[in-house]
Write a protein that binds this ligand. Structure first.
Ligand code: AMP
Ligand code: MG
Length: 350
């Protein structure tokens, strides 16, 4: 299949191109589009055949459910069996935005979209191209991240093409995304709301709005396989670069010294090494490639650059990646959740 590519100006969208994209979705085809978190791979959420195409294009296991993207809060009622009062409160505070809510599904939502579950994940994205595409399609859009399963999520249209060119009908290029990590997922199907995936919106922010306790799925904190995460997708080794990756955690000086020692050893064994560092520390390393993820006190920039850097490591064909640790105050939990997965939980604590 030839993948059509349109560069869309967010400020001044070409409506005939957006209409064409919407018609493709309505016809059961797949269109990749930007959201504020990462690029999504969209298909008609209410048609099982479209969901199957999404799984096929990504090589995604079919038990890993898709998030349904809506353009209006009232669309929640089209997919939710009943909308819990918490959902309206959270929608009021965070939609459109990087928050996905899990609620009981209506019969109209196919099991192909929910990976066989009786619950459905819903989000209203904060990106005018995404919202316009949903409106133009006349339906709701199921969209996982637009990467091949197991590769880092795409934060630019070029990443989507790297993975999916020739496998999907269209890519809408809206430039680099703003946030760079996937949405926070909150499960509202039990008495106590539970965060299934950490993201830009923190448990504290959710709990402040709901005025009640919000817990974090123990399965996403566990470093081993003994506690299963509730979100099926969180159990897979995601976001992984091809190289073996190790995170080194500790005081800055000690981390630099350790990574340089490890790099020296790796060089003796003829291995090509990349280091993921910050603006401040990038000159302190003697690796083959040193990539700066951003300034340590600008956690938004760290989130924004993380996946791009993991993709760069693949392109550079390095065999080993040593990364500093980024437990930043607000979204450090979300950043480390992804980085730890990329590193298959290999951490050296100093
Ligand atoms: P992605 O869109 O690629 O970021 O993946 C969607 C994430 O949402 C995966 O981790 C899924 O497991 C999770 N998810 C989607 N629907 C549900 C649901 N009904 N219950 C729990 N997790 C879900
Ligand atoms: Mg994904």
């Amino acid at each position: 299949m030839k993948t059509k590519y349109y560069k869309i100006d967010v400020e001044n969208m070409n409506m005939s191109q957006m209409k064409e994209a919407g018609e493709l979705i309505a016809a059961g085809e797949l269109v990749a589009f930007p959201t504020e978190t990462v690029y999504g791979l969209g298909g008609d959420a209410l048609h099982p055949e479209a969901a199957k195409k999404i799984y096929e294009a990504k090589g995604r296991p079919s038990d890993n459910p898709l998030i349904i993207h809506i353009a209006d809060v009232s669309d929640l009622e089209r997919v939710a069996k009943e909308v819990p009062p918490e959902a309206y409160k959270l929608a009021d505070a965070f939609w459109p935005g990087p928050l996905t809510m899990v609620v009981w599904k209506k019969d109209e939502v196919p099991y192909a979209t929910t990976g066989g579950l009786n619950t459905v994940a819903v989000r209203m994205p904060k990106h005018s191209i995404a919202l316009e595409l949903i409106r133009q399609s006349g339906t709701l859009i199921a969209a996982p991240s637009a990467n091949t399963s197991g590769r880092p999520s795409p934060t630019e249209a070029s990443h989507v093409l790297e993975d999916l060119d020739g496998r999907i009908a269209m890519v809408l290029d809206g430039g680099a995304v703003g946030i760079g990590i996937e949405s926070t997922i909150i499960d509202l199907t039990e008495a106590t709301p539970m965060v299934l995936r950490p993201g830009y919106i923190t448990p504290q922010m959710l709990s402040d709005v709901l005025e009640k306790e919000v817990i974090i799925d123990p399965g996403i904190i566990a470093a081993d396989d003994t506690t299963k995460p509730k979100a099926p997708g969180m159990k897979y080794k995601h976001y992984a670069p091809k190289a073996d990756m190790i995170i080194v955690d500790g005081e800055e000086c000690a981390v630099i010294e350790k990574i340089n020692t490890l790099t020296e050893e790796a060089h003796k064994n003829g291995k090509k090494v990349a280091v993921i560092a910050t603006e401040k520390t990038k000159t302190a390393y003697a690796a083959d490639v040193v990539l700066s993820i951003g300034a340590r006190d600008d956690e938004d920039s760290i989130a924004k650059h993380m996946y791009k850097i993991l993709r760069e490591c693949d392109e550079l064909d390095v065999e080993l990646i040593y990364s500093e640790s980024y437990k930043t105050p607000r979204i450090g939990q979300a950043i480390m959740n992804r980085l730890l997965k990329a590193a298959a939980h290999q951490v050296i604590n100093l």
